[in-house]
Ligand binder design. Structure first.
Ligand code: TYC
Length: 137
């Protein structure tokens, strides 16, 4: 067990998923009850409009590189708060180390904000200068 695991863990949180694409256009609905299919060869299709529904905006959560935060601490953050395997976490940590920044997940506004707060609090408690930010997709 690593030292980081001794701190209290946050309650498990399930990331929101994007709903399936919702079409805003007029499209056929199932055969209307008003016009039952009488089998007489009427090829018309019942069209109804549906209210426009917009998908909620999504937010990228990003980790920034610095010269002081230990690599293993960043790997631990990615495993603990972003559900990555050790191998995934190590790869993303190296990307941040080499490129300066990497997206570590995309979430609803509320979940993204929670992730940023969890990472920043955890880094601060361990006295590391690690920075985590969010940005609209
Ligand atoms: N650059 C840090 C080091 O060499 C490691 C590091 C990686 C820090 C990713 C922050 O988000 C980060 N110890």
């Amino acid at each position: 067990m690593s030292d980081y695991d001794k701190a209290p863990r946050p309650v498990a949180q399930f990331d929101t998923m994007r709903p399936l694409a919702q079409l805003d256009t007029i499209r056929p609905l199932a055969q209307s009850q008003d016009t039952p299919d009488d089998g007489e060869g009427d090829l018309s299709v019942a069209l109804k409009t549906r209210p426009k529904s917009k998908r909620p905006p999504m937010y990228k959560v990003m980790l920034l590189n610095d010269d002081y935060t230990p690599m293993e601490f960043v790997v631990h953050i990615l495993e603990r708060f972003f559900g990555m395997t050790h191998a995934q976490a190590f790869e993303i940590m190296l990307t941040v180390h080499k490129k300066g920044v990497a997206v570590v997940g995309v979430f609803s506004h509320e979940i993204a904000e929670t992730k940023v707060t969890q990472v920043m609090d955890f880094a601060r408690r361990h006295q590391h200068p690690l920075q985590c930010t969010m940005e609209k997709e």
